[in-house]
Design a protein around this ligand. Structure first.
Ligand SMILES: Cc1cc2nc3c(=O)[nH]c(=O)nc-3n(C[C@H](O)[C@H](O)[C@H](O)COP(=O)(O)OP(=O)(O)OC[C@H]3O[C@@H](n4cnc5c(N)ncnc54)[C@H](O)[C@@H]3O)c2cc1C
Length: 637
C-alpha cells in the first residue's frame, strides 16, 4: 500500500487556497442528493455536521451521550489558539505554524500545520458570530492569554470553560439544522462497526444503548469525529466514556492507524490519591500563566509549603528553561516533574506531586484578578482536594491527557478507506509528537467548520458511487459480527469485571509505556497484554443481556478493543528507536536529559495496517519532508 498524503504543490502559504480552487465542487442543488454519516458530536463532529447540513447535505449525526452537548469537548478548560495578533506582540500565521511544528518535535506535516494556522483566525470570527462569550478586555476587545511552548499571547478563552462555551456554539448550529430537518440526531447510539462496500466506506452499524437494538445506516460517506483514546491507560483526564472503539473498528476494516505511541501526558493534573480512583482531573495549563511550579530543594522535605523559605525552593522550570519558564511545553514540563519526584523531592503524601503556587500572582494582582481568570478551576481544585488554592499552593502531577496518534488521513482528511473521513482528536494530523496547549480545539473546529466541508465535496464529485441501501449483504454481515462479539462477551460468565481488567491493562501501559519507555519495558508490556486479553476472553463477567440498557456490556466491548489497540500502541513505541515529544525512550536522550530524535531513521509518520488479532501489524511509512523549517534540536532555554 502506498501512502499518498495528497499534499498540493506550490509554496506553503498558497497550498490551501490553490487546493480549494482545484477541488471539484458539488452544485448547491445536487448537495441534497448526498447522505453523510457523522459519528461524534464533540467540537469536531458538531461543527462538521452542522456545516455540512448548512451546505445542503443530508446528515445523520451519532453520539453515545444523551445529548450532543455532553460530548467530551465540554471539558476543555483553558482556551483556543488563533493567530489574530490582537496583542500586537509579534504573532502571525507563520509564528503559530512554527510554534506548532517545533512543539510537535518536527513530526507533523508542514502543509497541514500551515493550513491550521491559516484558518485559525476564521474560527474565532465564526464563534464570536455564534455568540460564544470569550473573555474580553475592559474596553470590549477579545482578551488573550499564553499557553505552553509559545512566547506570544494568542489563546482565546472563556474563563476555565472554553470547551463548554465553544460546544454550546456548535451545538446551537447543530440544533438549528436538526430543527430544519437537515440533521437527524441519534443520541445514545454507539457505532460498533464500519461498513465497507466495494472498498468505500458506506455506512455503520450501531447499538441503541437504551433498547439494545442493532441497526444499520447507509450513506455516501462516513465521518468519524470520535475523539481520542487516552482512556486506554485507564486513568486519564478524559471523560470516562471516551474510548477507541470507533477508530479501532475502522482500523480493523482497513484504515491505517498512525503514530499510536504519541500520547500526551499533561503536567498539571490533580495527583492520584488512591488505588480505587477511576478518573483524573486536569488543572488547565492556563494556570501556568500565573502559577509558579516548584519543589523543595532538599530531598524528603516534609515541611508544609509556607514553612519552606524562598531560597530552599527549586523553581525548576524557570531554572531550566529561562526563556519559557513555567510555560515550557507539556512533554518537557511533565518529564521535569517526574524527574524531581524520582529524585525524592516530590510533595504530598505519596511524594508524587509538585507545587503550582499562586502566592506571587495574588500578591501582585490581588485575589480578585486571579478569581476572574481561573475562578472555576480554583473552586474545582478546592472541592476535589479540600485545600484552598488561594491560601496554599496546588499540588499537581502529570497524567495522560490527549492522543496525538489516530487514524491516518491525507490532506483532505480522508483515511486509507475512500469515503471515510476522520476529524478532530480521532485523526493523527497536525500535532506531531506533542500537541501544544489550546491547539486541539483549534484543530477540531478547523477540521469541522473549514476543511472537511470543502474536501468532502471533492470526494462526492469524483467518486460517483451511486446510492446503496442497508439491504446489501455487507450490512448483514457487519450486524452479525456485532451480535456475535456481544454474545461471546456475555457467554464467558467469568469472575473479572471489565473495569478490573481495564485497570490491569492501564497499569501495564502506564508503567511501561508512560512518561519513560525502554526497550526492555515495552517488551514486557507486549508479553503481558496478550495474557490480559486472554484473561478477558476466559474470565470476564457481564450480567444481563444485550437487549437492554447494559453499561457493563458497553464497557466490556470497549475494553475488548483496548486490549487489541494497546498492543499496537506498544509495538509502535518499541519500533520508534528515538525520543520525540510525548514519546520518551530513555535510551535516547541528550546529555541534558531532553528527547533525542533520530531524523535520519525516524522522520516519518508510522501508519500501521491491521493483520488480525495477535498478528504482527504491517508498518507503512509516510516520509515527512521539511521544505520550510529547518529541523533542529528543540530548545526552550
Ligand atoms: C480536561 C480536558 C481539558 C482540555 N482543555 C483543552 C483546552 O483548553 N484547549 C484545547 O485546545 N484542548 C483541550 N483539551 C483537548 C480537547 O478537549 C479535545 O481534544 C477535543 O475536545 C476533542 O474533540 P473531538 O470533537 O475530537 O472529540 P470529543 O469531544 O471527544 O467527542 C467525541 C464524540 O464522539 C462520540 N463517539 C465516540 N465514539 C463513538 C461511537 N463508537 N459511537 C457513537 N459516538 C461515538 C461521542 O459521543 C462524542 O460525541 C482538553 C482535554 C481534556 C481532557
Amino acid at each position: 500500500m502506498e501512502l499518498n498524503a495528497r499534499i498540493p504543490d506550490g509554496p506553503l502559504p498558497e497550498k490551501w487556497d490553490r487546493h480549494r480552487f482545484n477541488l471539484k465542487l458539488v452544485n448547491p442543488a445536487n448537495k441534497r442528493k448526498f447522505d453523510v454519516i457523522v459519528v461524534g458530536s464533540g467540537l469536531a463532529g458538531a461543527s462538521a455536521a452542522s456545516t455540512l447540513a448548512e451546505l445542503g447535505y443530508n446528515v445523520r449525526c451519532f453520539c453515545f451521550q444523551d445529548t450532543p452537548r455532553r460530548a467530551h469537548s465540554i471539558a476543555a478548560q483553558g482556551g483556543i489558539n488563533a493567530a489574530k495578533n490582537y496583542q500586537n506582540d509579534g504573532d502571525s500565521v507563520e509564528r503559530l505554524f512554527y510554534d506548532t511544528i517545533k512543539g510537535g518535535d518536527f513530526r507533523a506535516r508542514e502543509a497541514n500545520v500551515w493550513r491550521l494556522a491559516q484558518v485559525s483566525a476564521a474560527i474565532i470570527d465564526q464563534c464570536v458570530a455564534q455568540g460564544v462569550p470569550f473573555a474580553r478586555e475592559y474596553g470590549g476587545t477579545l482578551a488573550n492569554r499564553s499557553f505552553g511552548g509559545t512566547q506570544v499571547s494568542r489563546t482565546f478563552y472563556a474563563r476555565g470553560q472554553t470547551g463548554q462555551q465553544l460546544l454550546l456554539g456548535a451545538y446551537q448550529s447543530l440544533e438549528r439544522q436538526i430543527a430544519l430537518g437537515k440533521v437527524q440526531m441519534h443520541t445514545r447510539s454507539e457505532m460498533l462497526e464500519l461498513v465497507v462496500v466495494d472498498g468505500h466506506a458506506r455506512g455503520i452499524v450501531t447499538r441503541d444503548l437504551i433498547t439494545g437494538k442493532i441497526e444499520s445506516f447507509a450513506a455516501d460517506a462516513v465521518v468519524l469525529g470520535t475523539g481520542g483514546y487516552g482512556n486506554v491507560f485507564y486513568l486519564s483526564t478524559n471523560a470516562i466514556q471516551s474510548n477507541t472503539s470507533a477508530i479501532w473498528r475502522a482500523h480493523r476494516k482497513g484504515a491505517l492507524l498512525a503514530n499510536p505511541c504519541y500520547t500526551q501526558i499533561h503536567p498539571t493534573c490533580i495527583p492520584v490519591s488512591g488505588e480505587h480512583q477511576s478518573k483524573l482531573t486536569l488543572m488547565s495549563e492556563s494556570l501556568r500563566n500565573d502559577g509558579r511550579v516548584w519543589v523543595p530543594k532538599k530531598k524528603g522535605d516534609k515541611r508544609p509549603p509556607h514553612e519552606i523559605p524562598e531560597e530552599e525552593r527549586d523553581y525548576y522550570l524557570e531554572r531550566k528553561y529561562p526563556s519559557y519558564g513555567n510555560l515550557a511545553p507539556r512533554d518537557i514540563s511533565s518529564r521535569s516533574a517526574k524527574e524531581a519526584c524520582d529524585d525524592g523531592r516530590g510533595v504530598g503524601e505519596m511524594g508524587r506531586g509538585v507545587y503550582l503556587d499562586f502566592s506571587d500572582a495574588i500578591t501582585r494582582l490581588g485575589a480578585n484578578a486571579i478569581r476572574e481568570r481561573y475562578g472555576n478551576l480554583f473552586q474545582m481544585y478546592d472541592r476535589i482536594t479540600g485545600e484552598d488554592p488561594y491560601k496554599a499552593p496546588m499540588r499537581i502531577y502529570p497524567a495522560v491527557h490527549y492522543t496525538m496518534g489516530g487514524l491516518w488521513v491525507d490532506y483532505n482528511l480522508m483515511s486509507t478507506i475512500p469515503g471515510l473521513f476522520v476529524i478532530g482528536e480521532a485523526n493523527f494530523s497536525d500535532h506531531g509528537a506533542n500537541r501544544l496547549g489550546a491547539s486541539a480545539l483549534m484543530q477540531g473546529l478547523a477540521d469541522g467548520y473549514f476543511i472537511l466541508p470543502y474536501t468532502i465535496g471533492d470526494y462526492f464529485a469524483t467518486a460517483k458511487k451511486g446510492k446503496i441501501t442497508t439491504d446489501r449483504p455487507e450490512f448483514r454481515q457487519a450486524e452479525t459480527e456485532v451480535s456475535e462479539r456481544m454474545n461471546r462477551i456475555l457467554s464467558v460468565k467469568g469472575k473479572s469485571t471489565p473495569e478490573a481488567i481495564h485497570r490491569e491493562l492501564g497499569s501495564v501501559l502506564w508503567e511501561y509505556c508512560g512518561m519513560g519507555r525502554t526497550e526492555a519495558g515495552l517488551k514486557k508490556a507486549l508479553a503481558r497484554i496478550p495474557a490480559i486479553r486472554e484473561k478477558f476472553w476466559s474470565d470476564v463477567v457481564v450480567q444481563g443481556s444485550g437487549a437492554e440498557m447494559n453499561k457493563s456490556l458497553e464497557r466490556a466491548g470497549r475494553v475488548a478493543d483496548y486490549l487489541e489497540f494497546a498492543e499496537l500502541l506498544c509495538t509502535d513505541a518499541l519500533h520508534r528507536n528515538e525520543s520525540c515529544g510525548g514519546h520518551f525512550r530513555e535510551e535516547y536522550q541528550t546529555e541534558e536529559g531532553e528527547a533525542k530524535r533520530d531524523d535520519d531513521k525516524f522522520c516519518y509518520v508510522a501508519a500501521w495496517e491491521w493483520k488480525g488479532t495477535g498478528q504482527k501489524p504491517v508498518l507503512h511509512k509516510e516520509p515527512l519532508k521539511f521544505d520550510y523549517v529547518h529541523l533542529a534540536q528543540r530548545s526552550y532555554k
